[in-house]
Design a protein around this ligand. Structure first.
Ligand code: 13P
Length: 343
């Protein structure tokens, strides 16, 4: 019998594990590879990702699921094993990014709408056949000037809900990702503005999910944390970020949702870990709180690898280290000293 949506969702947020977001689109992975001077080709992308998925210690102990890009879900390792099979063999759930990216929202300067609903039902059936058991759709909400508009929040929330319903219809757990960006240009984008916009966004998303008949037990939320904008000229302590993030989530996310897996969104590796650890250590929570990091799990591994076969072991241990630190954060038992001890 096929696994229920609820069982898959619970497996994705199982105690002490989190999700590796390795679903960079061709454009984004090129930017990452440019930063280490490596040409982005089908083969270099495969080699890099195969290195991560073969990092046995990290994958078996700390990673519950991996989000893939279309190309990767169709790729095989050097020995011919499909990459999705490597992931499943390590006990993690293979997932797939299904949105077609954020495009300019018409008549709404500076705002974006995520596309990709046309033909999604057929694509989901195909992805299921290739082994994907969860999916991801990312909406972006920018803060700045008089943005975001209700138009932008509503249109993105409705698209997220239509996507989530299509996933569940096809036996796939939707990761619902409404990201309030932290890199807006606005000086008024302090932590309280982020709180306000995150609250508005999440309330609208859960309204739309209800209207679309989405079963909350069979989905995972992937939100931003409540942080000050990078260009706001303000900062916030780890405790303040943890307290405000938990407060906004408690006031908007029903306890029927099994888990919340944060994006890192441009936070440094250690900030992303420290914030997650503080939330789990300081608060009693109705859902699992874990990570679904892209950059904050991969930046060190990417650098250590540098595109060279002889550096694969070093890349794997850099990845294993970040994965272990974030696993400890998900358990609420990470301490800054642990970073030094390991190094
Ligand atoms: P970051 O953790 O790098 O923000 O990426 C997570 C992700 O999947 C964004 O869609």
């Amino acid at each position: 019998m096929s696994e229920s949506l609820e069982d898959i969702a619970n497996r994705m947020v199982v105690e002490g594990k989190g999700i590796l977001a390795a679903d960079e689109s061709s454009g984004t992975i090129k930017k990452r590879f440019d930063s280490i001077g490596v040409e982005s080709t089908e083969e270099s992308r495969r080699n890099y990702r195969e290195m991560l998925f073969r990092a046995d210690d990290a994958m078996r102990n700390y990673i519950s699921g991996v989000i893939l890009y279309d190309e990767t879900l169709r790729q095989s390792a050097r020995d011919g094993t499909p990459l999705a099979e490597l992931i499943a063999a390590a006990g993690a759930v293979p997932g797939i990014k299904v949105d077609a990216g954020a495009k300019p929202l018409a008549l709404a300067p500076g705002e974006q709408i995520t596309e990709g609903l046309d033909g999604l039902r057929e694509r989901l059936k195909n992805y299921y056949g290739l082994g994907a058991r969860f999916a991801k759709w990312r909406a972006v909400i920018a803060i700045g000037g008089d943005r975001p508009s209700w138009n932008c929040i509503q249109a993105n929330a409705q698209a997220l809900a239509r996507y989530a319903a299509l996933c569940q219809e096809n036996g796939i757990v939707p990761i619902v990702e409404p990201e309030v960006l932290m890199d807006g240009p606005d000086s008024v984008h302090d932590i309280d503005r982020c709180y306000e916009v995150t609250e508005w966004t999440l309330n609208t998303v859960f309204d739309q999910l209800y209207d679309a008949n989405v079963a909350l037990e069979g989905m995972i939320l992937k939100p931003n944390m409540v942080v000050p904008g990078q260009k706001s000229g303000t900062s916030a302590s780890v405790e303040e970020v943890a307290a405000k993030t938990v407060r906004v989530l408690k006031s908007t996310v029903p306890p029927a949702v099994p888990g919340i897996a944060f994006l890192s969104g441009g936070q440094s590796d250690e900030e992303a870990t420290a914030h997650l650890a503080a939330m789990n250590a300081m608060f009693d929570l109705p859902w699992k709180l874990t990570f679904s990091y892209g950059r904050a799990l991969q930046a060190a591994a990417l650098k250590a690898w540098g595109g060279k076969v002889e550096n694969e072991k070093a890349g794997q241990s850099a990845f294993a280290h970040r994965a272990r630190m974030n696993s400890l954060a998900a358990l609420g038992s990470w301490k800054p000293e642990m970073e030094r001890e390991a190094a």
